[in-house]
Write a protein of this length. Structure first.
Length: 77
């Protein structure tokens, strides 16, 4: 299947620093203003369709959101 080497510790550290950095106001605005590609739009719509099929009623969607929030909240402690 090909070479499956793990990234070096320094590469992981650099990626972590980059992903945890604070954005400047200009960087954030550029991200917010960037247009959504057609591929991103289609993927979002696909995920919404899946979610609405998996949780067809508003009550089921709310129950899922409550469970997900409880899991997230438990991990933050």
């Amino acid at each position: 299947m090909g070479d499956q080497r793990l990234p070096s510790a320094s590469a992981v550290e650099a990626a972590t620093r980059f992903s945890n950095r604070r954005l400047t106001a200009d960087e954030l605005q550029a991200y917010v203003d960037a247009p959504v590609s057609e591929a991103e739009r289609q993927e979002a719509l696909r995920l919404i369709r899946w979610f609405k099929t998996r949780y067809p009623t508003p009550a089921e969607r709310l129950a899922y959101a409550q469970r997900a929030y409880a899991r997230w909240n438990a991990q933050q402690r």
